[in-house]
Design a protein around this ligand. Structure first.
Ligand SMILES: [Zn+2]
Length: 445
């Protein structure tokens, strides 16, 4: 299965950002974690973590499906796994692993992207990245539960158990790829029935973000649930800018202030016509308003925006700490609107594009469900890095037309042929396999 017509110019692969290089990086990150087990080290923690990572990287539909193929030699060659645990063994090894130990692995992949200048196309405004945050639920059950499950107690006394996380991704209005950071799990604390919540998770997330990346410049974008004074103060305390959704129903005081500013002639109007797209962008904005009556010291800048075409009008409102002018309002609007990428390009991709985010790969009693969610996000990060900066991956994706088909073909090749690398696999998907010509021996006697 070697070779392809030499007239075709092979798409450029950036060596340190290739899937092979990133798998290697992930594996060495796992190898530096200390093994919590004193006995039973027949299969190393590194192999157990890497096997789960490979399961998500290959988009195996279930742990059982992955288990069936676990003798596959490519798991050794491509993912560097020495011994693949069976499904029960993998669950047993990973259940006690504290999810927070995985943070350095996310960070090392991120650093590699920075060093390779892969994040340059993601800068949004004056060297700032746009960072979208949003909570999502990926598991709920009336029967299956663990020590970290959230509890929802119903009126009849029954309980629904659930898992949520606060997702975070660097997004850009012009880029389809997103770069996820390590999510913050929203979990029960220490097996009590005290529920964690998204707001607390956001507080922890922001503090860890600053520990990991003390000098990076961010503009955080979130939905209107986040537009509250304590959260804005948290963002401010950590040197983070923001563009946050607001709603008239939730922020009546702010909208009254906008009306008052309107009467006082303090509101600025701005219009921009995009004739090619048949769209008119209309804005009104006013700087320096109190967010609400109780926190008059928290001052925000307000943007209202209408996008009108022949078919429909879309309407949005945001607050930001970046002073709004006719010069930057269009750009800020695009940043605010890009927020949907955390839902669409991140959570929906994980749920519907082969990753099976809501599938229960195994729940465990302690952390397993959370560890699996983190490893899935890590596999997604490596895939997104390919999507952002690997021309070979992009060419294969364009040729096959959908991620689903890409993963399907990828798995089929992975489980059929002995491969030396992911690069070889992607090249085979792009150029096709060259079947060896049968060699017939002639008996000359
Ligand atoms: Zn649970």
């Amino acid at each position: 299965m070697t070779g392809f017509p030499m007239s075709i110019v092979a798409p450029h692969v950036r060596k340190h950002l290739s899937a092979d290089a990133l798998f290697h990086l992930v594996r060495s990150g796992f190898a530096s974690l200390s093994d919590h087990r004193l006995d039973d080290t027949e299969i190393s923690l590194t192999d157990a973590l890497m096997s789960a990572f490979a399961m998500f990287s290959l988009k195996a539909p279930s742990l059982l499906a992955f288990d069936k193929e676990r003798t596959e030699a490519n798991l050794h060659t491509i993912y560097g796994i020495v011994r693949v645990p069976c499904d029960t063994h993998m669950r047993a090894i990973l259940d006690p692993v504290s999810p927070k130990v995985l943070r350095p692995v996310f960070k090392s992949v991120f650093r590699q992207l920075q060093r390779g200048k892969a994040l340059e196309p993601m800068t949004f405004l004056d060297g700032h990245y746009l960072l979208a945050l949003d909570g999502t639920e990926y598991f709920s059950s009336k029967t299956i539960h663990c020590a970290s499950c959230l509890h929802r107690v119903h009126r009849n006394g029954s309980i629904t158990y659930a898992h949520q996380l606060l997702g975070a991704a660097i997004i850009h209005p012009d880029q389809r790829a997103v770069i996820p950071l390590m999510p913050e799990p929203i979990v029960n604390r220490d097996g009590t029935d005290k529920n964690d919540c998204e707001r607390n998770a956001a507080k922890r997330f922001v503090a860890k973000l600053r520990q990991d990346h003390p000098h990076l410049k961010f503009i955080v974008t979130e939905d209107s649930l986040s537009s509250n004074a304590p959260h804005i103060e948290t963002l401010h305390a950590h040197g983070l800018h923001y563009i946050l959704g607001v709603k008239e129903g939730d922020h009546p005081y702010l909208f009254q202030q906008v009306q008052a500013a309107e009467h006082a002639g303090r509101v600025t109007y701005y219009e921009r016509h995009d004739r090619a797209a048949g769209v008119v962008h209309r804005f009104r904005f006013v700087n320096d308003l109190p967010l609400n009556a109780a926190h008059a010291d928290v001052r925000v800048h307000f943007i209202e925006y209408w996008e009108s075409s022949d078919i429909k009008v879309q309407h949005f409102t945001w607050v930001t700490d970046i002073r709004v002018s006719k010069r930057n309002v269009y750009h800020l609007m695009r940043g605010g609107r890009a927020r949907w990428k955390i839902e669409n390009e991140t959570f929906n991709t994980l749920k519907n594009q082969g990753y099976n985010f809501e599938h229960n790969y195994g729940h465990g009693e302690q952390h397993l469900s959370v560890v699996f969610a983190m490893l899935m996000m890590l596999a997604f990060l490596v895939d997104q890095a390919q999507q952002l900066c690997c021309a070979l991956f992009q060419a294969v994706w364009a040729k096959l037309g959908s991620k689903r088909l890409l993963w399907e073909r990828m798995r089929a090749l992975f489980y059929t042929y002995a491969l030396a690398s992911m690069r070889q696999l992607f090249e085979a998907l792009l150029y096709g396999l060259q079947k060896p010509t049968p060699v017939f021996g002639f008996d000359s006697t």
